[in-house]
Ligand binder design. Structure first.
Ligand code: BDP
Length: 695
């Protein structure tokens, strides 16, 4: 068990269930003119049934004996009754039904198109492993988002920005001639979740990715992912017309620039007819963009959007922007740069917004742009790779974090029903058939276990499941992941789920409790850097975010401070505008408060803050103890790997706790409350602790 199989291990079922399964699924029926996706579905059914039951099914197309039937409308006369149901399914949707038809007991995996057959096959295999009564199945499911995407931050030299799982899986140098078998396995894993778009390269893009001699490499990957229903996208550099095309500028108003994009896009589609589109990071962290020419983001997006539209291509334009010009509050800038241009983006543009207004912190309030641009198609960008949550070293299951953001009520007007982030993003709030999207920054690399640590596989998994349906619950998803990933009996399974569910809050507690944020060490973001104050831009420094001084701590974003709260709908702005009505989890995000401010717990802020740090350390210790109890229950290889990581996490949690307390004490000069253990070292020692060559 080295983790390579992910959640697709298909470990043998207990004997009685295995026998029942091979009886029920001894044959897989495939329609006569099956295409690549239906073939891939049948391949997976074979693989899964063989693993789970111990017997490989026979593939066929004649109606005879119990079978699993892949069904599209009009393809099986015995299933005519289902046709109307199947036709009504959204692209990718499926039904799973056990029934008697044409005199045979069959399991129908039905859909309107082959894509649904693929997703339905994976869903049926998942049901088999997660205790569903497969002899009496009647399920129907449809994806809630049009686009369910992974964003790789993979560079063309195979390094990965914020990647903690080894080199990029794309072996660009060897492509297109050599094609790793990993590409198919990666595509299978994505397909099992319903992911249908993959951006291959880093948002900090290079012009070469669009070079004529590079594109065949892209086409080769597209070919590998196609049978599994994923389209390939590229991150492109705004200045490509100048840098790659040799034009004098990349001004979107320049007709030559528009023509260049058109010709380039046409070239891409000649090679890859089902190419997905582009992702663009513009005027952000030094990347070129339309502001370089005095144009807006909407104007900057237009030439690429216009070039892609005739081919059915999508342009994803990122809202992760903050400019040097105005450092009053970085959290306000994306809203300021985008919201006034609501309605000016083309119909094939999605503006991709990070879940919070700063940057993938362990906890952030939802981004104020959600619901604030009703005439613009907004997409979600979550980070799956744990840049600010301890890399692949720390165990933090992100399901509860995604859930918290998706469930948040924006209270924005202009739609029907609750204005939760999920309903705004999946379009149900607006009900106007818009293009919807949820993207996650991938945590996949070429490490044997794909994600650097076994539990980080769960973050890939939960992202994909929530991109399919943002209303799914994080604990239910953890449960199904555990059941497929570890062959362990109850109560061990539930113990792992509990450990996962609490893990992200533990990280919040030992790193950034009570709404603190961005206190990580410079550039790599691993470990504490609360004291850092000398970086070139004010908003790169942790002191900018915590604002701790003798009188208090926290970023005042209320009406008395930066007024960032005013970017939210009135009900939310009112709640977060006052400390008394702001939940403790977000208190110091929105308010600067005296050290003796009374928390709802009754504690004063200073001892309350310390209590969170201590709790975080205790929570990690408890996770370790829980895991230790599973020795002999979990396979030894994975057990040992996780145990080693938890040990490192406990050390790091202590480091965060000690360094944070030492620093804040140096600022406020307050004594430690009775019974609190002083930090092990002096502040100077924590400051001197540098990490070299962190990934
Ligand atoms: C930050 C990362 C940086 C990314 C940037 C982005 O530190 O590496 O390039 O986000 O999303 O979180 O563009």
């Amino acid at each position: 068990e080295d983790g390579y199989q992910l959640w697709l291990r298909y470990a043998a079922l207990p004997q009685a269930e295995a026998t029942a399964l091979s009886r029920q699924a001894g044959r897989v029926l495939l329609p006569p003119k099956a295409g690549a996706m239906a073939q891939a579905a049948a391949d997976e059914l074979e693989r899964g049934i063989a693993g789970l039951s111990g017997r490989k099914p026979v593939r066929g197309s004649t109606w005879q004996g119990p079978a699993v039937v892949l069904a599209l409308p009009g393809q099986w006369s015995a299933l005519q009754l289902l046709d109307a149901d199947l036709k009504a399914l959204r692209e990718g949707g499926y039904v799973l039904r056990t029934m008697t038809a044409g005199g045979q007991r069959v399991t129908v995996i039905g859909a309107a198109s082959e894509r649904g057959l693929l997703y339905g096959s994976f869903a049926w295999l998942r049901a088999l492993q997660t205790g569903a009564d497969v002899a009496r199945l009647d399920q129907r499911a449809e994806p809630k988002f049009v686009w369910r995407m992974l964003n790789h931050w993979d560079n063309l030299d195979r390094t990965v920005e914020r990647g903690y799982a080894g080199q990029s899986i794309w072996n660009w140098w060897e492509l297109p001639d050599m094609r790793s078998t990993r590409y198919r396995d990666y595509a299978r894993a994505n397909a099992s979740l319903g992911i249908n778009g993959v951006v291959l390269n880093n948002v900090n893009s290079k012009p070469e990715v669009l070079a004529s001699d590079w594109l065949p490499k892209v086409a080769a990957i597209a070919e590998e992912l196609r049978p599994y229903g994923q389209k390939v996208f590229l991150s492109v550099r705004f200045s490509s017309p100048k840098e790659l095309g040799g034009l004098p500028n990349s001004d979107p108003a320049n007709p030559a620039v528009r023509a260049w994009w058109q010709a380039k896009v046409d070239e891409v589609y000649r090679l890859i007819p089902d190419f997905g589109g582009f992702l663009v990071k513009a005027n952000s962290e030094g990347q070129p963009g339309p502001h370089d020419y005095g144009r807006t983001h909407a104007e900057g997006a237009a030439p690429m959007a216009d070039a892609l539209r005739p081919h059915g291509g999508l342009l994803v334009w990122r809202a992760f922007v903050y400019s040097e010009a105005d450092a009053t509050d970085r959290a306000k800038q994306a809203y300021q740069q985008f919201v006034p241009w609501d309605g000016q983006f083309a119909s094939n543009v999605v503006v991709q917004v990070k879940n919070g207004a700063i940057d993938f912190q362990p906890r952030e309030p939802f981004h104020p742009m959600f619901g604030a641009m009703p005439k613009t198609q907004l997409g979600m960008e979550f980070q799956i790779t744990k840049e600010y949550l301890g890399f692949a070293t720390h165990l933090a299951y992100l399901g509860p974090m995604y859930e918290e953001v998706l469930r948040a009520d924006t209270h924005q007007p202009g739609g029907n029903g609750p204005a939760t982030v999920a309903r705004i993003l999946d379009g149900s709030f607006y009900g106007d058939g818009r293009v919807t999207m949820m993207a996650g920054v991938a945590n996949v690399g070429s490490e044997r276990n794909w994600s650097g640590s076994h539990f980080d596989q769960a973050n890939w998994y939960v992202f994909g499941r929530m991109a399919w349906d943002p209303e799914l619950k994080s604990d239910a998803i953890a449960r199904e992941w555990v059941q497929q990933t570890f062959s362990v009996p109850q109560p061990a399974r539930e113990s792992i789920v509990q450990m996962m569910q609490g893990s992200r809050e533990a990280v919040v507690n030992y790193m950034t409790p009570l709404g603190l944020h961005h206190l990580m060490a410079t550039s790599h973001h691993y470990g504490p850097g609360l004291w850092v104050s000398e970086l070139a831009r004010p908003e790169w420094n942790p002191v900018y975010y915590h604002r701790a001084d003798k009188s208090g701590i926290g970023f005042d974003r209320s009406a008395r401070g930066s007024q960032a709260v005013s970017q939210y709908a009135p009900a939310v702005a009112a709640r977060w505008g006052q400390p008394a009505t702001t939940e403790p989890e977000l208190l110091l995000w929105f308010h600067h408060l005296p050290w003796d401010y009374k928390l709802p717990s009754g504690q004063a802020l200073w001892p309350g803050l310390i209590a969170h740090y201590d709790l975080g350390v205790q929570q990690v210790a408890a996770m370790r103890a829980r895991w230790a109890q599973l020795q002999g229950v979990i396979d030894p290889e994975r057990f040992a790997d996780v145990a080693a990581r938890l040990k490192a996490q406990e050390r790091d949690a202590q480091w965060w706790r000690d360094a944070s307390i030492a620093y804040f004490q140096s600022v406020n000069g307050l004594p430690l409350p009775a019974g609190v253990k002083p930090p092990a070292l002096k502040l100077e020692d924590y400051k001197a602790h540098k990490l070299h060559y962190a990934p």
